[in-house]
Design a protein around this ligand. Structure first.
Ligand SMILES: O=C(O)CCC(=O)C(=O)O
Length: 251
């Protein structure tokens, strides 16, 4: 039985996003929280050691920690959870790689906002479109800086992005219809890399923890250089989890 409904598949096509039911056990989320706290503490220590003001500010107020699958075995395992593989089968195909992944934390009472953008605006790949899985490791709501999306904006194509003071921002001329995507722990906002999204500041007393794996075709290439690009971490081959496919190959 599929973990996704026809309604969710149709919403992705029509609106460029949908939200899953809670897809992880409390114990899995607790393990992720412990890993987030460990990686965040390391990120602050690393930033402090550089003495760079901007890096220190981001480490404290909007730590986005990339390539987390290489820094934590638990996170590496998490990126191959059944729900993500089902999302890959539906929106990428029977073969898929982890393209990028980030631990994204907004500390309480000060976590920074992030401007409107399309994930494809951060790096043009061939093929262009891929899937982002913004996963709530704890509650994500308006006051703690949840993600907002503009439903249907994936149909606008790739927009121009310009460097703002704190992020690379899309040039957006119409924000009408933007909605907050509030999530319970374990829910995933699944969206196209062309869907416009942003996130607000954290003005609450609750930390906002998100894990953001993104999936793409195997060995995806950077359009400008033609070189393989991103995490290039295989998760699905022939519709099967990679571990299983390898085991079957060896038998
Ligand atoms: O989690 C956030 O605040 C924004 C993350 C995001 O939009 C991204 O990584 O593309």
């Amino acid at each position: 039985m599929s973990l996704l409904s026809e309604r969710q598949l149709a919403q992705y096509r029509d609106e460029g996003y949908f939200v899953t039911a809670p897809a992880f056990e409390p114990g899995e989320l607790a393990e992720m929280i412990a890993e987030f706290d460990r990686l965040h503490a390391q990120c602050v220590r690393d930033a402090d050691a550089t003495g760079e003001e901007k890096r220190i500010r981001f480490a404290r107020l909007r730590p986005f920690i990339g390539q987390a699958h290489l820094k934590s075995e638990a996170i590496s395992r998490f990126t191959r959870a059944p729900i993500y593989l089902e999302i890959c089968r539906n929106f990428i195909g029977p073969d898929a790689d982890l393209y990028y992944n980030q631990v994204v934390i907004k500390p309480p009472e000060g976590g920074l906002a992030f401007g409107w953008h399309q994930d494809s605006g951060y790096g043009i790949t061939e093929p262009l479109e891929y899937v982002t899985c913004w996963t709530a490791i704890g509650p994500a709501f308006k006051e703690n800086g949840c993600v907002w999306v503009i439903p249907g904006s994936h149909k606008r194509g790739l927009l121009e992005h310009v460097r703002g003071p704190e992020s690379l921002d899309a040039v957006v001329d119409d924000e009408r219809g933007a909605i907050p995507v509030e999530l319970e722990p374990g829910q995933i906002a699944v969206f196209s890399s062309l869907t416009l999204h942003r996130s607000g500041p954290n003005v609450s007393k609750t930390v906002r923890r998100g894990f953001v794996p993104q999936y793409h075709v195997p060995m995806v290439r950077d359009k400008a250089t033609g070189q393989p690009h991103g995490d290039l971490f295989p998760v699905l081959r022939g519709g099967k989890p990679v571990g299983e496919a390898v085991a079957a190959g060896r038998a």
